[in-house]
Design a protein. Sequence first.
Length: 334
Amino acid sequence: MQKPIQRGKSWRITVRHKGQRYNATRDTQEECIKWARLKLVELKSLENQSQDQLIHITFQELFEKYYADLGCQMRGASYIKQQLKAFKKYWGYLAQESIHSITPQKITKWRNDRLTEVAPGTVHRQMGLYSAVFTYARKELFLIKENPFSGVAKPVKPDSRSRLISESEIDAVLAGLNYKHGMVPTKPSHFAAWAFLFAMETAMRRGEIVGITRKHIHEDYIHLPITKNGNPRDVPLTHKAKELLNLIQHTSEKLIPHTDNSLRLIWERNLHRVGLNGVVHFHDTRHEAITRFVNQRKLPVEILAKVTGHKTIKTLINTYYNPSASDIAKMMNA
């Protein structure tokens, strides 16, 4: 591997392997070196390696290559990028350990330490991602024979939330974001409040709302070309949802001037500010919307599944449609 050479405002580096030359141009010298290291890993991984010829790259270098090759193309790319950005913070010295030194014992200790910092559901999701990274190293790069995450139990996933949002909580969220019903959103906090209200009218997920563009807005529905389950979906619009859309006065193609992450940060900071952190989740709006569709709009469950995008009625009923015994009694006696 040669040293990077500056060409104008960019840098160029050359890697030689088995008589072949591979070149790349990057914005900085550091990016060139990182590319060269990962390129050598890729080239060497194509060769048959004996046990005493292990390729030693760090856990972080493997994660970076996983993101560059696969993660950046996935629907969850923003989450993977977020995890990569905070990787050193989460893993400490283990981030710079050789992937061959990452053992189930070390992972178990990391899991237990992490559980003292965040919720079990967060650790469960993180372990799933890191396990996928090592599966990639095993099946695509042929760098390891066993995935060290395979032998480590994930924390038990918490039961799905079935919580609705009270009017007082809605008022507190809006007040914290300096927004009132009917206001034209102009500030980042206003758009976060608008997204909150729109979610309760449509049962759309936060990421789906952030991704709305004007070309996908029709008279009576919004077309979502890609959703969490991979299929497109058309979301019907209530009168109130249309009123909320009419409040957007800017002319940009993207309806919400936020990324999923920037909206999340504004949302979480506001919950801390108004004392609702850990009480209200943005995803609770989906429960709220579905309950309203049933109680106020009288939508049958099979139609409701079309609105929400659920492929199976069972998931919708067990996770999101949460009538109380009193609610069911009222339906029976109506």
